[in-house]
Design a protein around this ligand. Sequence first.
Ligand code: UDP
Length: 504
Amino acid sequence: MATTALSSHNDGDAAAASGSGPGRMLRVFFLPTFARGHLIPQTDLACLMAAARPGELEATMVVSPANAALIAPAVARAAAAGHAVRVLRCPFPDVGLGDGVECLATAPARDAWRVYRAMELVRPSHESLLREHRPDAIVSDVPFWWTTDVAAELGVPRITFHPVGVFPQLAMNNLFKVRPDIIRMSSDAGAVVSVPGLPGKEITIPVSELPSFLVQDDHLSKTWEQIKACQLAGFGVIVNTFVDLEQPYCEEFSRVDARRAYFVGPLAQPSCSTVHRGGDCDADCLSWLSTKPRRSVVYVCFGSWAHFPATQSRELALGLEASKQPFLWVVRSDDSDSCQWAPEGWEQRVAGRGMVVRGWAPQVAVLAHPSVGAFLTHCGWNSVLEAASAGVPVLTWPLVFEQFINERLVTGVAAFGARVWDGGTRGERAGEAETTVPAEAVARAVAWFMEGGPRREGMEARARELAERARAAVGEDGSSWRDVHRLIDDVVQARASGLLQKEA
Ligand code: UDP
């Protein structure tokens, strides 16, 4: 059954790859889920693997039509460099979203559940296209647990791609094991849980800041065990991290959570090629940054999808104004279209000192810019990793899901950031009235952070050290470079030796 349309920027190579016989290219299919924070790094990985073995490995991104458009610039760049990266379009399930709305970033917050539903409903399309194309290996996102079964049926490896680091993964795994206790504790407003079974220092977290699936029933609490079982039954797990960022946790993860673990990050590398990454963006902000003194600007961005209420947005605007510091703030178009996101006259008052990007910023290029001195972030994993890789210290403002856990790594373990706000209530289940961070708190935190002092200098030094280590990890013979090559070698060897049949 032809359910898919294949497009290629390098049909010549693709034709060679599609042949059979011992010398043919290794055909690896990548199946990212419907979120930009997953789609972007998985595309980076596909391009990286194709570049690591030119002429030997062909990477195919299996994506819905609108998501294909988001990754088109990255795929075109890889193709222009002569690397075999292709796109296979797979229909987006009908879940009642508008035309072209195919990921969390573009769906309104109230419709996020439809995107999660689409992640389940895409299963038959995935299964039939995998049977039709019979790739040599499947790299698939965490929620697509069924790809382990299809891979076993085809006798090829399924490797899980994890866009979040091992620290949050281990924490969530271990917390899931004590979920009944957490649910019992959740009626106590001030309950705090200590994450069990983690190496290193004790990590504590208020129950109110835990992801919802650990506290109540939702789509993820129902599938979590299946996802984990399929991950463990699969060939291995790829994680977008580097060992020096999460050393003891990487060792533990390799021991308990994967047959084979590959730590291949940071997948985003600061270079001019990262400008149009994950969407079209306005690159004018890079020229604007060049007009500002070295390390003077605070970059403010809350990722691609987490809802940021209008009331909060206005408080943030006033706080940035009162901080008197230069800032570059990304206001997502869904937030800026639908509401009064800044007070009347605010843009005129901050003109020159602050710049607002509406929509999508070239984040990796922004973080690499010498004028950026701090990143006020929601602590999405990609953002955390990109900040560490660029050597930029962070101010943390987590909003949802595992972001509060990532914050513990940033502030407590890796020590290159500090919280924006310690008062009030935080967490995805609390109401707007309780969680709104007041303008004065924003102003205080931003001014304190940007004005310097010994604590800030310590975080800056630590961020610089992490950036050096990240560079070394992805450089020739670094730990992540070696893991990318080990991954390819393991898959090649599995194909040659029939290892998968023995492991099944
Ligand atoms: N990003 C970007 N421009 C933006 C907002 C986000 O390039 O204006 C990228 C960012 O560099 C990161 C990804 O989108 O790679 C967001 O992933 P993250 O895990 O930080 O957050 P999520 O969007 O999943 O909450």
